[in-house]
Ligand binder design. Structure first.
Ligand SMILES: [Zn+2]
Length: 323
């Protein structure tokens, strides 16, 4: 049985794949945009396979498909920030653009995949513009980004944008069950509905979600003082905790509107619903905005305590107003 990319395409991307793979005029530069953990990279890999296969159908049998399977294809290059680095430097892009101008080894053109494209340095993004404007014959550029608004507008405007939204909740749950995720509901909640991100969460991440929810419940009920909660939470990995906090609030906000019938039981969502019942939705959104604003301050060691103080004090204030 040939390994057609249709088999590798995630269930929630099948329709999109059908449209793009059949498109006779696929753009030479695509921007695959959407939140982290929905499968953009996997989709880009399948697209690369589709473009480079000798039969144009990702047959799984030809030399090209074989070389892709062993990650050693001479006409495919990948580019991403180096481990521990925040930017993709201009030298990496120079190498990549030079690669695209060379003659294809196997005669099906050349493909470059840029992961986390929002991390291209300004100079690197500018160096990429020429390839986007006047692509070498047979060259395909696949840019992947979960923060496309951070890309230079000149880069964005030269790419055909393909959006990858978070899939339907049920679809995400079905996927997580199929890959043996032990706590699919909790994982999907904490991952903001992104299934691959949910599948990658550890037991410690899930425990953090439970602990943070408990802290919110206890502050809401008055069992725990806001500043005492902040005392605990400011010592914990701030970025992870804030991601968990925003995911919990997002699901709680979702639950303030009536749940469609047919949903499977979701005790965690019920707890979140109880957590925010009676609260002013505008205040919850206000807190949400504050959390997003504060994310940038988390790396400053002195501010972290103040950030958590404010989050829990606002939460306590909201809770007491409606208690
Ligand atoms: Zn093939």
């Amino acid at each position: 049985m040939p390994s057609s990319p249709a088999c590798e395409i995630l269930p929630w991307h099948q329709d999109l794949w059908g449209v793009l793979a059949a498109s006779p005029r696929l753009g030479h530069a695509l921007l695959l945009a959407g939140p982290a953990g929905v499968g953009k990279t996997r989709f880009a890999d399948a697209l690369g396979r589709h473009l480079l296969c000798a039969t144009g159908s990702a047959c799984g049998q030809c030399r090209s498909c074989h070389l892709l399977t062993v990650a050693n294809h001479p006409d495919l290059v990948r580019c991403a920030p180096a481990p521990g680095k925040t930017e993709i430097p201009i030298d990496d892009v120079r190498e990549l653009t030079a690669f695209l101008t060379l003659t294809s080894h196997l005669g099906r053109g050349r493909v470059a995949i840029i992961e986390e494209a929002e991390r291209l340095s300004r100079a690197a993004a500018n160096a990429l513009l020429k390839s986007l404007e006047e692509p070498p014959l047979g060259a395909h550029l696949l840019l992947i980004s979960h923060a496309p608004e951070r890309l230079l507008p000149t880069v964005r405007s030269r790419c055909q944008r393909v959006n990858f939204p978070v899939p339907a909740w049920e679809e995400g749950l079905t996927y997580l069950q199929s890959v043996g995720c032990p706590q699919p509901v909790a994982a999907l909640t904490l991952a903001g509905g992104a299934p691959l991100r949910a599948a990658a969460l550890t037991a410690a991440d899930l425990q953090m979600g439970e602990d943070l929810l408990k802290a919110l419940e206890d502050v809401r009920s008055g069992r725990l003082d806001a500043l005492a909660a902040a005392e605990v939470w400011h010592k914990i990995d701030g970025h992870k905790a804030f991601a968990v906090l925003t995911a919990l609030l997002a699901r709680a906000i979702q639950r303030t509107v009536p749940v469609p019938s047919g949903d499977r039981p979701d005790p965690l969502a019920d707890r979140l619903q109880t957590l925010v019942v009676g609260l002013d939705l505008r205040q919850i959104f206000g807190l949400w905005d504050k959390i997003l604003d504060h994310r940038g301050l988390l790396d400053a060691p002195l501010d972290r305590r103040l950030v958590w103080d404010e989050v829990f004090l606002v939460w306590q204030h909201m809770s007491h107003q409606t208690a």
